[in-house]
Design a protein around this ligand. Structure first.
Ligand SMILES: [Zn+2]
Ligand SMILES: [Zn+2]
Length: 237
């Protein structure tokens, strides 16, 4: 069993990523992926594309280099009430929506209690699919509360390989706690690359190694199975 779908990746359109979608799709094919979600940063990220970019993703074919392309976005959580930086109609038109906090777009000084309340609002948003890199220590969270709420709303909590490869102090221990809760709650796990360059598409080796050490079973990793992933996101393969 191996990774079949990468559900969090960035193309050159994000403004601080470096490959075209054709290069990314080819890299995905070489890695043996069946599904590639393009989740470029939403407009509030400096250098991010205009919202029309997401509207016009319908111009893309379903397959590039034989890889099923899912049209997505990584939206920014931009206020304490869980507001996101794409309009509802746009979110509804996308296959995959990852919601994340970033230092440049998300209030940084709310503290653990308010951050947790903010995430409870995000999790309840019917248009989001995945909570992105919640291990980021910049945004302290009550993980059991947020992850159990994600479970109740059928949302995925990703394990982000980039959190292991860029030195973000505290991410590692947060990842371990997140993995423990996902396992205890018997939730599906998704491990994503968060690639910002084609050569890293489908590269999840460090996160996978840690997940397996923590007792997460490969059969519980949703994106190891292309068919199950397609069913989860209600897309045809
Ligand atoms: Zn992000
Ligand atoms: Zn990202």
């Amino acid at each position: 069993m191996k990774l079949r779908a990468d559900l969090h990746t960035h193309s050159i359109s994000s403004g601080h990523a470096y490959s075209t979608i054709a290069e990314m799709a080819l890299a995905a094919r070489k890695r043996g992926l069946k599904i590639l979600a393009l989740t470029d940063h939403a407009p509030d990220m400096p250098g991010g594309p205009h919202e029309y970019y997401f509207f016009n993703l319908r111009a893309l074919p379903e397959y590039l280099h034989g890889v099923r392309i899912l049209k997505g976005a990584e939206v920014n959580i931009i206020s304490a009430n869980g507001k996101l930086d794409l309009p509802v109609e746009m979110l509804a038109s996308l296959d995959v929506v990852v919601a994340s906090s970033h230092a440049v777009t998300t209030p940084e000084t709310l503290g653990k209690k308010k951050n947790t309340e903010m995430y409870l609002k995000v999790v309840a948003n019917p248009h989001i699919d995945i909570l992105g890199h919640i291990e980021n220590p910049l945004f302290e969270l009550d993980y059991p509360t947020v992850i159990k709420a994600a479970k109740a709303h059928n949302k995925l909590v990703e394990i982000n390989n980039a959190s292991f490869t860029i030195a973000r102090h505290g991410s590692f221990n947060n990842c371990l706690e997140i993995m423990r809760i996902l396992k205890a709650e018997n939730m599906p796990v998704v491990i994503n690359s968060d690639a910002h360059v084609a050569s890293r598409v489908g590269e999840i080796s460090r996160a996978l190694e840690v997940a397996l050490e923590q007792g997460i079973k490969k059969e519980n990793i949703l994106n190891f199975n292309a068919q199950k992933t397609a069913e989860w996101f209600q897309v045809k393969l």
